[in-house]
Design a protein around this ligand. Structure first.
Ligand SMILES: [Fe+2]
Length: 468
């Protein structure tokens, strides 16, 4: 039996531009552009791309103004896209794919950043530049109005790290972005950088023997918090020269603690190194400073088996559905001791978002995608979690599969949850997707804009009030 959400893992080759029919009414203040990233192509020639995270990147643009919605989508013309499609075979190493390469090609790929640049994970703005990102640190620049690919974005610096998160933070007070990178070599290290559109400045270099796979990190007002999960690189040499795909070089060690590294944003000093029981996560939700402790919220898993459940074949033919993270609140004691957690609410959460004005600060609301408990299904609901009341509200509709919900604050609003959530939803009943606009206060539907085709399940997007 085909899964009802099969279209979400089916290529979308049609690049279109269209004004979308809108049901309901968009708030008059909602003006700007949502740009989302995710895979648009799941095979090269006759070869399936095995893992969700390796589909060839496609950008989706929703331009919202005066109650109208214009949509367009375009593939990123990366080396992967161009060369793979021209030859009908996979050339470049991705997250869970590794074509046969010569030893020389392997060495070049790891140490000189000869990559396919399939920037499929997220988008960000750096000064006036709009960039699509993956976890190899060579973002692809694009035109935010036409979605035209402009090429690999080059920083004017000498950074050597080979891995970067696709989840940078922005520190409005200090006026720079922050990202975490990993240098892998004879002396591997986590490296924290202050990022501007010109260059990356090293804040801290944290040596580590077996670097963990780290997809995101957290910040507070004064610190950067790096969660080191128990999924660790067993051998840098094997990563460089072996035949295993990137993520297969990391092994989950259930016997070894995870830990939190707390670094001062300004001095780069390591303030605390706090052990906790082994766990895994992709996405942090938020963190803030308390009394001699840091509170850190994260979408967490007991182990890293989730990664295996996200192979496309597993998703479409497997008997089990991928787990969705627990909403965990960790307390990180700054004067010694282990970090402990409590679970907030009864709903699971993934692809979490908050009102970014509260990033690093005490906050009340988180939004995310989730699976209805007991439904035995893929992600099929959106949740709003009130971390103070420990309650959750839910949006759900039969046959509908939503992705990440981006919170857009009402510029005239006072309350933290005054605004809307924008999410792309696959409607499996009609075989098309729509942009859902929810009132973030109560998750009631304000409008939906129907796309004339399906949008494959993506990862992350950002809303910018310009361009329009
Ligand atoms: Fe992510």
């Amino acid at each position: 039996m085909p899964k009802p959400y099969q279209l979400g893992f089916t290529s979308q080759y049609a690049e279109i531009e269209a004004e979308l029919p809108v049901r309901g009414a968009l708030p008059s203040w909602l003006r700007g552009t949502l740009i989302r990233n995710g895979p648009g192509q799941f095979e090269v020639g006759r070869t399936p791309i095995p893992h969700w995270f390796d589909g060839l990147a496609q950008l989706h643009r929703f331009s919202l103004s005066e109650g109208r919605v214009r949509y367009s989508n375009r593939f990123i013309r990366s080396q992967s896209y161009e060369r793979d499609n021209a030859a009908g075979k996979i050339h470049f190493r991705g997250f869970a794919v590794d074509p046969c390469r010569s030893l020389f090609q392997k060495a070049m790929a790891l140490f000189s950043n000869e990559q396919g640049n399939n920037a499929v994970v997220n988008v960000t703005r750096l000064g006036e530049h709009y960039l699509a990102m993956t976890e190899f640190p060579l973002p692809m620049a694009f035109n935010p109005e036409t979605l035209e690919t402009l090429g690999v974005y080059g920083y004017d610096d000498q950074v050597k790290a080979q891995i970067a998160t696709a989840h940078p933070h922005y520190d409005a007070q200090r006026g720079f972005g922050i990202n975490m990178m990993t240098y892998i070599g004879l002396s591997s290290a986590y490296q924290l950088y202050a990022v501007t559109d010109k260059a990356r400045r090293l804040i801290a270099n944290l040596p580590v023997q077996q670097p963990a796979y780290v997809h995101s990190f957290a910040v507070t007002a004064r610190t950067i918090v790096l969660a080191e999960f128990s999924l660790r690189l067993t051998s840098p040499l094997a990563l460089a020269f072996g035949d295993q795909p990137f993520i297969r070089n990391f092994r989950y060690d259930a016997q070894r603690d995870s830990r939190f590294l707390v670094v001062d944003k300004d001095s780069g000093a390591l303030l605390a190194d706090i052990p906790t029981d082994p766990f895994f996560a992709f996405h942090h939700i938020n963190a803030y400073e308390g009394d001699d402790e840091i509170i850190l919220d994260i979408s967490a898993y007991d182990d890293a088996r989730l990664i295996d459940s996200l192979y496309v074949r597993e998703l479409l033919e497997g008997n089990e559905y991928p787990p969705v993270g627990q909403f965990r609140r960790y307390s990180l004691p700054l004067s010694g001791g282990r970090a402990e957690y409590e679970v907030i609410g009864s709903e699971t959460i993934e692809l979490p978002r908050i009102h970014y004005g509260y990033n690093g600060l005490p906050y009340r609301y988180a939004y995310g995608a989730s699976t209805q408990a007991g439904s035995g299904d893929f992600i099929n609901q959106l949740v709003k979690v009130d971390v103070q009341a420990r309650t959750a509200q839910v949006w759900r509709e039969d046959g509908c599969y939503p992705g990440e919900a981006v919170f857009v604050p009402d510029p005239h609003g006072q309350a933290e949850d005054e605004g809307v959530l924008l999410a792309v939803v696959l409607d499996s009943r009609v075989g098309r997707s729509f942009l859902l606009v929810l009132n973030a206060r109560d998750l009631s539907e304000m409008a939906r804009a129907e796309v004339p085709q399906h949008i494959p399940f993506g990862f992350h997007g950002q809303f910018w009030s310009k361009p329009n």
